[in-house]
Design a protein around this ligand. Structure first.
Ligand code: GUN
Length: 285
């Protein structure tokens, strides 16, 4: 069986092109553009790269971006003050605080200070509560990007077994809820799970979001499974790899995401789609 690469780069590019057309049309009619505030604290090198990609994508589709860089020693109060300023601005429709934050800052308090209407990351307790309740809400970007990619490639979720590796607030937990809502029977495995590979081997769809290079090898994968690799791990050599042993799993899987070029571009695409949604929902629109 020939394995199909799930190409997040091309899917994202074509969806971003559509957003660009919508934004251009909107600007010609109302003279308004969606605006995204991106707040980064400290000098985490990975965060620096991710944030610059988000800002560039905004520029490419004709959204405004407001980048705010704060020093690593900034106090929680100062950070929340900054968020409140963006909450009040009518030119800002989405607010994103890049995670992780320095240890002295409580992520939960910071995220809760973002106005739920501008929570384009979908991490606010209100957004997450609505997601669990099955109500319309902002869906976290990486899980939304995975669902979009599966849908674009016509992959059926209804009635299938899915295993999610990892239970983070950013990926594992929300994607397990979304797959469940799409009709899959979902198992979540994590660092405390005995024999995760045995549970994973039962899955028709595998989402690997553990953050461990090469964790998922061939004995984790049922032949013909769809494999989504969320990992972005930098090896000592500088090479970026996912959580999946790509070369060997590619011989077994029916569909597989590359790293880079799979889930990563879809995350950015979802962020801009969420910002557009927030813009269209805004009262000043
Ligand atoms: N850090 C890693 N992924 C994400 C994300 O999707 N959003 C934010 N804000 N921080 C992250």
């Amino acid at each position: 069986m020939k394995m199909i690469l799930l190409n997040g780069k091309t899917v994202s590019a074509s969806r971003l092109q559509k957003l660009k057309e919508l934004a251009t049309e909107e600007f010609s009619v109302s003279n308004r553009r969606p605006g995204l505030a991106v707040i980064r604290v400290g000098d985490d090198p990975a965060s620096k790269i991710y944030v610059s990609r988000k800002v560039r994508a905004c520029h490419d589709v004709g959204f405004n971006s407001f980048e705010c860089l704060l020093p690593s020693h900034v106090s929680q109060e100062e950070l929340i003050q900054k968020i409140k300023e963006f909450n009040a601005r009518s030119d800002t429709h989405g607010i994103l605080v890049q995670l992780p934050l320095p240890k002295h800052i409580q992520e939960g308090s910071v995220i809760s200070s973002i106005s739920p209407e501008k929570d384009v990351d979908g991490f606010h307790p209100m957004s997450l509560g609505k997601l669990v309740a099955g109500e319309q809400t902002m869906i976290p970007c990486t899980p939304l990007g995975i669902m979009t990619l599966l849908t674009e490639y016509g992959i059926t979720m209804k009635g299938r077994r899915a295993t999610v590796i990892g239970r983070s607030r950013i990926v594992g937990r929300p994607i397990s809820i979304l797959l469940d809502q799409a009709g899959a029977t979902v198992t979540v495995v994590h660092s405390q799970t005995p024999h995760p590979e045995a549970l994973c081997r039962e899955a028709d769809i595998v989402v690997a979001a553990a953050g461990k290079a090469g964790l998922v090898t061939t004995n984790w994968i049922k032949p013909g499974a769809v494999v989504i690799d969320v990992g972005i791990n930098r090896l000592a050599s500088g090479k970026i790899v996912g959580d999946v042993d790509f070369e060997n799993v590619a011989k077994l899987a029916s569909h597989l995401t590359p790293v880079p070029g799979g889930v990563g571009p879809m995350t950015i695409c979802s962020l801009l789609e969420n910002t557009w949604k927030s813009f269209k929902n805004s009262s000043s629109h």
